[in-house]
Design a protein around this ligand. Structure first.
Ligand code: SF4
Length: 322
């Protein structure tokens, strides 16, 4: 590895806020506290949050991750992930007499509630999101006869509605803010009476992490985003970094994935992380970069965050009793 630029000119800009959001913090703590309270194993339906390292760490402590509730032995405890589940999953769990702890992020639950309310008023709901994403599956399950998925600009032309005067859009919580605005504008060209959601569905954490990366991207030749490939909000950070001026941006789970070739000719590296990423993984990236001459680290803070969510009530009740 031969440095091509003098060490003194190399620096790292670290985005703030980055990493864990309130919903992820709550979901991960819910599994940890459930393991302490009830003992291993604790079953978790789907990845509790979309991060490889978090899942491995919880597995090592005794969590068992399954794809569906039918894989959980009857009577056992299952935690539902931060991305939320459809009512059908709650029913299946009840049929199997599972004890459930619902770690759905309250901001995802808010979107579920909006979907139910508009469906009850007989609205057609255009749900902007990514096909196959667990959150989209959960939200769609609240009102399958009323919800149509709009995944990208191309799908706008395929939308069909019963009554354009009763039409609302909602969205997945972890989308690109800019792309969503573009999709909504295109939808409004087709359906001028399209109603906006009562409040932002893209959550505060997704928005703030995008604002933070926009602030530093133009100064960076390279932006490294720590996060997993199946993490929607992390992938959006890579796109935003490139859209806002970074020459290149890569998503990595671990520091060891950073290739020395990415750093050739680079003087400023931006670093951020998705909402499901513990900060020690970012520290590892900073150490990796420091070892390659990028020891000058500055944090660029764009928004202050103080959001916290209480643990799921089923768990709180038992913790109090304990
Ligand atoms: S990214 Fe947003 S919606 Fe998802 S868990 Fe975090 S706060 Fe909740």
């Amino acid at each position: 590895m031969e440095p091509q630029t003098p060490t003194a000119t190399r620096r790292v800009l670290v985005a703030k806020p980055r990493g864990y959001c309130a919903g992820v913090d709550r979901a991960v703590e819910a599994v940890e506290r459930a393991l302490e309270q009830y003992g291993a194993p604790i079953y978790v339906r789907k990845q509790i949050v979309h991060n490889v390292h978090v899942v491995k760490t919880l597995e090592a402590k005794g969590a068992i991750f399954v794809e569906e509730t039918e894989e959980v032995p009857e009577g056992e405890i299952v935690v539902f992930s931060a991305h939320g589940v459809s009512p059908a999953v709650h029913q299946e769990a009840a049929q199997r007499q599972l004890r459930t702890i619902d770690a759905t992020c309250p901001l995802v639950t808010k979107v579920h509630n909006e979907a139910k309310r508009f469906a009850n008023q007989d609205y057609d709901i255009l749900l902007i999101g990514h096909e196959g994403h667990e959150e989209v599956e959960g939200t769609s399950g609240e009102a399958p006869d009323h919800i149509q998925l709009v995944d990208g600009l191309d799908s706008v032309d395929r939308v069909t509605v019963k009554d354009p005067s009763k039409l609302v859009w909602l969205s997945q919580t972890t989308l690109s803010v800019d792309e969503t605005i573009e999709t909504v504008n295109r939808l409004k060209e087709r359906f001028p009476t399209l109603l906006d959601p009562p409040s932002d569905d893209i959550c505060y954490a997704t928005q703030n992490r995008q604002v933070a990366v926009k602030e530093l991207a133009a100064e960076c030749q390279l932006v490294i985003v720590v996060g997993s490939q199946n993490s929607s909000n992390s992938k959006r950070l890579v796109e935003v970094a490139k859209d806002y001026g970074a020459d290149a941006s890569y998503l990595v789970d671990y520091a060891a994935e950073i290739q020395d070739a990415w750093l050739e000719g680079v003087t400023t590296v931006g670093v951020t992380s998705g909402a499901s990423v513990p900060d020690d993984l970012v520290s590892d990236v900073l150490a990796h970069l420091a070892a390659r001459g990028f020891g000058d680290v500055q944090e660029v803070e764009s928004v202050k965050e103080s959001m916290r969510f209480a643990l799921p009530h089923e768990l709180r009740k038992d913790l109090r009793a304990g």
